[in-house]
Design a protein around this ligand. Structure first.
Ligand code: ZN
Ligand code: ZN
Length: 334
């Protein structure tokens, strides 16, 4: 493939990946990661978008401007495909009232509890906080996060439940959906065979290594799911990976190897920390080496870090490398 892609110097500009396929970096005001990549497949019959950013006036105006910058507009969007249900990817989908909205049925099944009536989910989140052995202050922050996330998703009812292996045709392109659970239970990657492009959502990034986390209503073993999903994609010939955040990148095989190694090392580290006496998710997470100390992290970053650590501990228990007892908190043992 001869991609038209060149590393852009500005995050605010659309960039053509290959003729007709554009990367549109949609700003996420207030999100530490800065922006989400929306990908536009532009054809005479209309535009197909993969992921659309969260609901905010700034994000919506930016997406419309980015589409205008490539000779189109929000009104030309006929189809939206969502890699997963997180607000930064799906939040604006419901604003495309004339478009078909596609996502995996597992993630579609989370929309009501997460963004319509959160009552049961909020109770489950409190049990999650208790299970981690976190101090009480974490409860308040996690509930505030849920309130915010609901405000970032426009009412959304997908009319197309996309299943593994399904081929979605749009003009000259054929997108094959790959169910890649791990980051969420219904995460999808989309592979375009003729241009050998992989739209990887939040499954594979060029720099971020964290993807699976253990949260209420997630699968029984997100890390196990994630590692199996990596293996499934390893057979694909990929020239360019188009992630949900950060820059498109080449070297997919090498990146898969790095990710596998990262999770193997993280599992070994968690195993050692538990054997050394750390017994709760909070304690193990606080001992994981990182660029900033645990005390320097704000509560949101601690919650995020605990979700990752929790997922690794669950995988250790699922594979017989750790024990777990109790529920509030769960006590992990070697
Ligand atoms: Zn996500
Ligand atoms: Zn994301």
């Amino acid at each position: 493939m001869e991609p038209g892609w060149r590393a852009s110097t500005s995050h605010a500009e659309p960039a053509e990946i290959t003729p007709g396929i554009w990367r549109l970096p949609v700003p996420l005001p207030g999100h530490s990661i800065g922006y989400v990549n929306s990908y536009a497949l532009i054809a005479p019959e209309g535009v197909l978008l993969i992921d659309v950013g969260w609901r905010s006036d700034e994000s919506w105006d930016a997406l419309d401007q980015l589409l205008r910058g490539v000779g189109s507009s929000a009104r030309d969007v006929r189809r939206v495909l969502l890699t997963h249900f997180h607000p930064d990817h799906c939040g604006q989908a419901g604003l495309f009232v004339d478009a078909s909205i596609g996502m995996h049925p597992i993630d579609a099944g989370h929309l009501y509890d997460r963004f319509v009536d959160q009552t049961p989910y909020r109770a489950e989140m409190m049990r999650w906080v208790d299970a981690t052995g976190s101090p009480d202050a974490v409860r308040e922050v996690s509930l505030t996060q849920l309130t915010r996330s609901k405000a970032r998703v426009a009412p959304l009812v997908p009319d197309h439940l996309v299943v593994d292996g399904e081929v979605i045709k749009h003009d000259r392109w054929e997108l094959t959906a790959f169910h890649t659970p791990g980051h969420t239970g219904g995460h999808l990657c989309f592979y375009e065979r003729t241009s050998r492009l992989l739209f990887s959502g939040d499954h594979v990034f060029p720099h971020i290594k964290t993807s699976p986390a253990f949260r209420p209503q997630c699968s029984a073993d997100p890390v196990g799911d994630y590692l199996r999903s990596l293996t499934r994609l390893a057979t694909l010939p990929v020239d360019l990976v188009l992630p949900g955040h950060q820059e498109p990148f080449e070297g997919f095989d090498e990146r898969l190897g790095q990710l596998r190694q990262h999770h193997a090392e993280r599992l070994s580290l968690c195993e050692r920390l538990v054997a050394g006496g750390a017994s709760t998710v909070w304690e193990v997470a606080s001992l994981v080496p990182r660029s900033r100390t645990w005390d320097q992290l704000n509560a949101a970053a601690k919650i995020s870090s605990m979700g990752e650590t929790y997922a690794h501990l669950v995988h250790l228990a699922a594979t017989g490398r750790a024990t777990r007892e109790g529920s509030a908190p769960i006590t992990w043992g070697g």
